[in-house]
Design a protein around this ligand. Structure first.
Ligand SMILES: Nc1ncnc2c1ncn2[C@@H]1O[C@H](COP(=O)(O)OP(=O)(O)O)[C@@H](O)[C@H]1O
Ligand SMILES: [Mg+2]
Length: 293
C-alpha cells in the first residue's frame, strides 16, 4: 500500500502546494490504484496546479507530460493522431506518415495525459477516449493497436456544471473517472498562497496578503455579485499593489483592485451601481475594517 501521508507531504513541499492535504491524499490514492482522475472546481481553485504537481511527482517530465486544452473545436484526431495526406501519397499508410496525437503518445511513452476543461470537449471526441481509459487500448485504423504502457495515466479538470458556457460531460466518460472536488481554501491558506504566488516579502507582506484575501472574500459574499473572484484576483491585486510606492493609499488600492478584479467578477442583473463602484465600495469597506494605516 502506498504511504499517502508521506507522498502528500513530499508533493506539498516539492511543488509548493499550500494545504490541499485531503484532496492530494485522494488523488494519490486514486493514482496508486490506476484510476483516471477528474478534478472538479471553480476557476482558480488550483486544479491545474495540483494536476501538474502530481504528474511531475510521478515522473512526468516535459517529454512525457501531454496537455490538451479543450474547446468545442477539439476533434478526435487532435487527441489520437492522423495520417498526413502528402506523406500517405508517397509512402502509404505506414507509421512514417502518421502524426501521433497526445493520447497515443502518452499511452506509448507511459506518460500523463492532462486534459484541461474536459467538459468543453465535444461528445464525439469524448467517445474516442473511452477504450483508452478503461481498457488501455487505442485502435488506430490502418496502422496499429496501441496497448498502454503501465505508467500511462489520465488526469482531467472541469468547471462545475452550473458554470456558464459549459457543457455537461457525457455519462460514458464520467463513468470512467474518479471524481475529486475542490472548494475554495480557507482564508488562512489563501493568504499564504497569495504571499507565495505574488512574491511578497517586504515588511508589508502580511498586510497586503490579508487585505487582498479579504477583498476577494467579500466579492464572493456580496449579494450584488453572481460570481466572485478566485484566488487569481487576489494574487493579481497583491502583485500590483506591491509595486506602488505607497501601498497605504486607499486610492492606490482602489485603482489596483479595479485592474485586478474587473474581469474576474460577474454582477447580478439589474443593478444600479456600476462594477467600478461596487469594487470601490468593497475595497473601502475592507480597508476600513482592517487597521489600515
Ligand atoms: N494550494 C495552492 N498552493 C499554491 N498555489 C496555489 C494553490 N491553489 C492555487 N494556487 C495558485 O492559484 C492560481 C490559480 O490556480 P490554478 O491551478 O491555475 O487554478 P484552476 O486550474 O483551478 O483554474 C495559480 O497561480 C496557482 O499556482
Ligand atoms: Mg486551470
Amino acid at each position: 500500500m502506498v504511504d499517502t501521508t508521506r507522498v502528500v507531504k513530499e508533493i506539498q513541499v516539492k511543488y509548493k502546494i499550500i494545504g490541499r492535504t485531503e484532496e492530494l491524499r485522494q488523488i494519490v490514492l486514486a493514482h496508486a490504484v490506476g484510476k483516471n482522475i477528474l478534478l472538479e472546481g471553480n476557476v482558480g481553485v488550483g486544479k491545474t496546479r495540483l494536476a501538474k504537481a502530481v504528474a511531475k511527482y510521478h515522473g512526468s517530465n516535459d517529454s512525457n507530460f501531454f496537455r490538451v486544452d479543450c474547446s468545442e473545436e477539439l476533434l478526435p484526431h487532435n487527441l489520437v493522431g492522423y495520417f498526413e495526406p502528402p506523406l500517405v501519397i508517397v509512402k502509404g499508410y505506414i507509421e512514417d506518415s502518421y502524426k501521433y496525437g497526445p493520447l497515443a503518445l502518452a499511452m506509448m511513452n507511459g506518460g500523463c495525459l492532462f486534459i484541461n476543461e474536459i467538459n468543453r470537449m465535444p461528445e464525439s471526441t469524448q467517445n474516442s477516449l473511452l477504450t483508452s481509459l478503461d481498457e488501455g487500448i487505442l485502435e488506430i485504423s490502418k496502422l496499429k493497436t496501441i496497448k498502454a504502457h503501465k505508467d500511462f495515466f489520465v488526469m482531467a479538470t472541469q468547471n462545475p456544471a452550473a458554470h456558464v458556457g459549459v457543457t455537461v460531460l457525457g455519462e460514458a466518460l464520467k463513468d470512467r473517472f474518479i471524481w475529486i472536488n475542490l472548494n475554495y481554501q480557507n482564508p488562512e491558506e489563501e493568504t499564504l498562497i497569495i504571499k507565495q504566488e505574488a512574491n511578497l516579502n517586504s515588511g508589508n507582506a502580511n498586510k497586503i496578503a490579508i487585505i487582498s484575501q479579504n477583498i476577494i472574500q467579500v466579492t464572493r459574499e456580496s449579494t450584488s455579485i453572481r460570481r466572485g473572484s478566485s484566488i487569481r484576483g487576489a494574487i493579481d491585486l497583491a502583485t500590483l499593489i506591491n509595486q506602488y510606492d505607497n501601498n497605504n493609499s486607499t486610492k492606490n488600492w482602489v485603482e489596483a483592485a479595479v485592474m485586478a478584479l474587473y474581469n474576474k467578477i460577474e454582477l447580478e442583473d439589474g443593478l444600479t451601481q456600476s462594477k467600478n463602484e461596487i469594487i470601490t465600495n468593497i475595497v473601502l469597506t475592507v480597508l476600513n475594517k482592517s487597521d489600515f494605516q
